[in-house]
Write a protein that binds this ligand. Structure first.
Ligand SMILES: [Zn+2]
Length: 251
């Protein structure tokens, strides 16, 4: 069984009855556990509601850097943090892709959420884009995963020393992503998990389509090749890594 460790099930493609179809297609592809990440503050309660009614769905709750200026304490409340379905804080981080005019506000939101995660003893799922040095400076004394990791070895080796996990997305399968495959070749297999980040980044051969959790198997196939592993070996290693990262799943 595979876990899609980061998908957005509060997105439009899962609206209404579509959600059950998405879950059924995932199960049919052997993707038996889904971890729904939140990015928008108002997705947090709907995501928890989905997890409450499905035994194999868990949630990481967080506020994306595009909401810099938001007070996370209004959303990451004690009730949310102690909810049995909430297994981590994410996605949180820094994104300077569109410029860094709001750099200070992004860092404030990021640091506040890291403090919330530390106090709740929850791992973090990190979004970082064009922000390698600030991310490396800030992300200390916490455990977690670099979600949809594409930042290269420079950041990978720093975060590996700090015990972080690295999540491979559909981008690993892209023809022009040789550098990312090289980075994942170097990352030890016991520090890797996989995700779709659906509805974004559909893997080959589904590029251009709306991504959904069943497609994570395509990323697993490429990872198995890179690591010279049989699929069943890879599946059991990834399962162990997922449980080590998100320890609340076992509870
Ligand atoms: Zn995401």
């Amino acid at each position: 069984m595979l876990t899609d460790t980061h998908c957005h099930l509060t997105d439009d493609y899962c609206a209404g009855e579509n959600l059950d179809d998405v879950i059924t297609r995932a199960a049919a592809a052997g993707v038996g556990r889904l971890i729904c990440a939140t990015a928008e503050p108002h997705d947090i309660l709907p995501a928890i509601k989905i997890a409450e009614t499905h035994d194999n769905i868990f949630v990481t709750t967080g506020i994306h850097p595009e909401y810099a200026g938001t007070d996370p304490h209004n959303f990451l409340t004690p009730d949310v943090l102690s909810h049995p379905c909430v297994i981590g804080i994410g996605e949180i981080g820094l994104d300077y892709h569109g410029g860094d005019n709001d750099r200070k506000a992004q860092i404030k939101l990021f640091e506040e959420q890291l403090e919330i995660a530390r106090n709740a003893d929850l791992p973090v799922a990190i979004h970082t884009r064009d922000a390698v040095s600030d991310t490396a400076d800030i992300l200390k004394n916490i455990r977690g995963v670099m979600h949809c990791f594409t930042s290269g070895w420079e950041l990978a080796h720093v975060m590996l020393d700090r015990g972080f996990y690295f999540s491979a997305s559909g981008i690993l399968t892209f023809k022009n992503a040789a550098d990312i495959r090289e980075t994942f070749e170097k990352i030890p297999i016991d520090h890797i998990v996989i995700e779709t980040d659906s509805p974004y980044c559909a893997p080959v051969p589904y590029r251009g389509k709306t991504c959904e959790p069943f497609m994570v198997r395509e990323t697993a196939k490429v990872l198995a090749e890179i690591k010279h592993l049989q699929m069943d070996e890879l599946e059991s290693i990834l399962e162990q890594n997922t449980l080590n990262l998100y320890q609340k799943i076992r509870q």
